[in-house]
Design a protein around this ligand. Structure first.
Ligand SMILES: Cc1ncc(COP(=O)(O)O)c(C=O)c1O
Length: 459
């Protein structure tokens, strides 16, 4: 049987996987940053298994060419970083160790998660009053934060929503200037509905909310429980809401302040940008991603709240077989069984420390500025928003959405860089996010050349 044969050659299988990983990593400088996917013939479930070696060979032959250089230096799509060497080593071991990071009844893994959360609190300069847990991504982190906020708001309306549900409660208003799409998704999953979001006016020329508009709306709500969503790093421009002003409004009117800092929380690492987070420590809940600027592999984010009891009320799972105890991680997260997500983060934080992340964040911001200046000088492009952190939002001059998409397709086919589309003030736009530890100034030069080359192709 394949499984028994594989057991005999476990070492060879892992050696082959190691060789495949190295071949992929060494291909990053020349591999296209993005791939336009093509349909492939379907796989048939084999009656007799191929064995791991043959499965790996088959996978590589059929699929490897279609993988993009997304951990490489010129993948500027979304806001996803690569993987530091230490994080990658940690992530490999997560699968080998295969521990269930949940109850703490059978290993030290939950302790390591708590230790890693402490390292993260130190990285972000957060006080110990914040409880933190790992989840799969910022969408789930926002979900956990909003579920806890919902519990709090409903409690003020006399209802334990974790037991009784939302039935019969009035809508809970959620206020913000530019909440990320994942906030709306979380509200849909929570039964609060996307329509409970009220988009308030922005400051002139910005996507940051006008704090006076938040103040006025909260005053008009006359003490009705509300949730304010602050963006610490808006996904298209990197703009920040004024956290201190929003915190003051929330304190005055008793609203919950949630800060979505999926990538922007890392501004705390760089003294030149840390002021953008002034007021953060008044937030009720905070979200940040690991698979963004921490540069750990996908499936890593953290949510911090100052309301452990409420969070536990929402997420507790009681069953005799799960064991008892007040310190169970699975009582704070949507999942029960969970991957040992903390290890890649622990490895990278210990390997590079505060100064490593200070340098990484500062360098990405400086590359974004260099790129933004290049865009301002380039005849075919227009910078749409000042570069406040690590994201550059710009347009192909005079292009409608169809020509912008044609340009993006040409750019992806060129392979030098991957960018993602957006719209800014109603204009079809492009965005470049600098979050990868390995991007250099030479990459920025190559990227600007590729942009000009592809702009000529669609002129
Ligand atoms: C501000 C913000 N919040 C939330 C998310 C969602 O993150 P994830 O894709 O990790 O769920 C993103 C992703 O770009 C983001 O930029």
């Amino acid at each position: 049987l394949s499984l028994q044969q594989d057991q005999q050659c476990f070492d060879d299988i892992l050696e082959a996987a190691h060789a495949a990983a190295l071949a992929f990593l060494h291909s990053l400088p020349t591999r296209p940053a993005g791939r336009i996917p093509h349909p492939l013939p379907p796989d048939m479930l084999p009656e007799e298994g191929l064995g791991a070696m043959q499965a790996l060979t088959t996978f590589r032959a059929k699929y490897e060419a279609g993988l993009s250089a997304s951990p490489g230096p010129r993948y500027l799509g979304f806001v996803t970083g690569g993987t530091t060497p230490a994080a990658l080593a940690g992530d490999w071991l997560v699968s080998a160790y295969d521990q269930n990071a949940t109850s703490g009844n059978d290993s030290t893994v939950p302790e390591i998660e708590r230790a890693t959360v402490s390292l993260l609190r130190a990285l972000f300069n957060l006080p110990d009053t914040y409880e933190g847990v790992f989840v799969s991504g910022a969408t789930m982190a926002n979900f956990v934060a909003l579920a806890t906020a919902r519990q709090c708001a409903a409690e003020r309306l006399g209802c334990d929503v974790s037991e009784q549900g939302l039935w019969g409660l009035p809508p809970i208003p959620v206020l913000g200037g530019s909440p990320h799409a994942s906030i709306l998704k979380a509200l849909s999953m929570l039964g609060m509905g996307r329509r409970c979001v009220e988009i308030l006016p922005h400051l002139p020329g910005r996507v940051a909310v006008d704090p006076r508009a938040v103040e006025q709306r909260l005053a008009a709500l006359q003490g009705t429980p509300a949730i304010v969503i602050a963006s610490a790093g808006e996904v298209n421009t990197g703009d920040f809401d004024d956290l201190a002003a929003l915190a003051e409004c929330c304190a005055t009117y008793g609203a919950w302040l949630h800060v979505d800092g999926a990538f922007g929380l890392y501004a705390a690492c760089d003294p030149a940008h840390a002021h953008l987070l002034h007021g953060l420590d008044a937030a009720d809940s905070i979200t940040a991603d690991g698979h963004k600027w921490l540069n750990v592999p996908y499936d890593s984010a953290f949510v911090f709240t100052r309301h452990r009891a409420l969070q536990q009320q929402v997420f507790k799972a009681t069953a005799a077989y799960l064991g008892e105890g007040s310190n169970q991680i699975h009582d704070l997260t949507p999942e029960d069984s969970r991957r040992f997500r903390a290890l890649p983060a622990w490895m990278t934080l210990m390997a590079y420390g505060r100064s490593g992340y200070r340098e990484l964040v500062a360098r990405c911001c400086s590359l974004a500025h260099q790129f933004g200046q290049g865009i301002e000088r380039a005849p075919s492009f227009e910078l749409l928003s000042p570069v406040s952190l690590n994201i550059v939002c710009f347009s192909l001059r005079g292009a409608d959405a169809a020509r912008r998409d044609q340009f993006l397709e040409a750019l992806t086919a060129d392979g030098t860089v991957l960018l993602t589309p957006t719209s800014f003030a109603g204009k079809p736009a492009l965005r470049a996010a600098f979050v990868n530890w390995s991007t250099s100034t030479e990459d920025v030069v190559k990227i600007l050349e590729a942009l000009e080359r592809c702009a000529r192709l669609v002129a």
